[in-house]
Design a protein around this ligand. Structure first.
Ligand code: COA
Ligand code: MG
Length: 299
């Protein structure tokens, strides 16, 4: 993974001036300005005006948090219109919902090639984060991301709500309240595909935004499994997500000691630390962890 993983990505409905007004102080590592399902059809034109204006007031070099946009999927016929509307504002990335295959990402990437050039945006600088489990076919293609050579691919995330709708499922949880088997499977495939592709693994949203304790427990479990960050739907979720996906003091200390051990043995591929063998993957993981701690330490 070359990029520093984002801990929290907060959704903001793109037609809500009031909610857009919360972005600068929300504390999220990224926000996702939504043009898709949180915006009713009648309000899409309004969102296509508000979002680029909002972006333009916050040029990339001054931006915190990162500003991403979720566009409408290809089967709505609205993707081109959305993309043309927003690219003047140079979003940091595009969330692509209802992605069926890596070829969908490639198609969006071609749009970006043209729209970056048309808007004076640095070529290749706009990232893509697909929601890669929202249709019945999508989970079957997750493994293909690893070999698709998609340079803009920044992460993979998954969603249970649209997948339920796609299957006519009346629930996505089992009797104990856990994800039902089909959704667990989609989640795990997404997690493995992200790591196989060397990109961020972004956990789906936690619906009950008043349950901070439950959110934190769920985030800790997700991080322990290998997820690197999480979607938020309410500003009250940001602090819990950031804290849960932040490397702990012990992890930071260990990572520093890993790097120190390699620095003390220049050219070595493996070294010993506390009686254990560590090798290049440990070094890379330590570098990533320290970069994340440094990038988002103030969050
Ligand atoms: N972004 C920015 N501000 C938000 C917000 C969000 N996602 N969600 C809530 N707020 C603001 C509210 O406007 C409110 O502001 P105020 O105190 O100035 O009145 C404050 O936070 C408290 O909100 P609250 O009353 O607790 O929630 P709500 O009932 O207004 O909104 C939701 C609940 C779920 C509708 C709202 O959180 C939301 O729109 N979430 C994003 C949904 C989305 O984008 N989904 C798409 C991905 S699945
Ligand atoms: Mg959806």
């Amino acid at each position: 993974m070359s990029e520093v993983p984002l801990r929290s990505l907060l959704f903001i409905p793109g037609d809500s001036e009031k909610k857009l007004g919360k972005v600068d102080d929300c504390g999220a590592d990224a926000v996702i300005l939504d043009l898709e399902d949180s915006v009713a059809p009648a309000n899409k034109p309004l969102a296509r005006e508000l979002v680029p204006a909002f972006l333009a007031e916050r040029p990339r070099e001054k931006r915190k948090p990162q500003l991403w946009v979720r566009v409408n999927p290809f089967d709505t016929g609205m993707t081109v219109e959305d993309m043309v509307a927003i690219m003047s504002g140079a979003p940091d990335g595009i969330m692509q919902p209802k992605t069926n295959t890596p070829e969908d990402v490639r198609r969006l990437s071609h749009y970006l090639d043209a729209l970056e050039a048309a808007n004076g945006v640095e070529p290749g600088s706009t990232k893509i984060l697909p929601v890669a489990t929202e249709t019945a076919i999508a989970p079957f293609h997750l493994g293909d991301f690893a070999t698709a050579g998609l340079e803009r691919l920044s992460g993979l995330t998954w969603g249970a709500e649209d997948l339920s709708a796609a299957m006519g499922a009346s629930t996505n949880v089992d009797a104990s309240g856990e994800w039902a088997f089909t959704f667990k499977m989609a989640r795990s495939l997404c997690l493995m595909a992200a790591h196989a592709s060397g990109v961020q693994a972004v956990e789906t949203l936690y619906v009950d935004f008043r349950d901070d304790e439950g959110l934190r427990a769920s985030c800790r479990a997700a991080r322990a499994e290998g997820f690197t960050g999480r979607i938020a739907i309410h500003p009250a979720q940001v602090a819990g997500i950031n804290a849960s996906f932040m490397p702990s003091a012990e992890e930071i200390d260990h990572a520093q000691r890993v790097l120190d051990a390699f620095a003390a043995n220049p050219g070595a591929g493996t070294v010993g630390l506390d009686g254990k063998m560590i090798d290049i993957p440990h070094q890379k993981q330590a570098e990533r962890l320290l970069a994340q701690a440094q990038a988002f330490g103030a969050g």
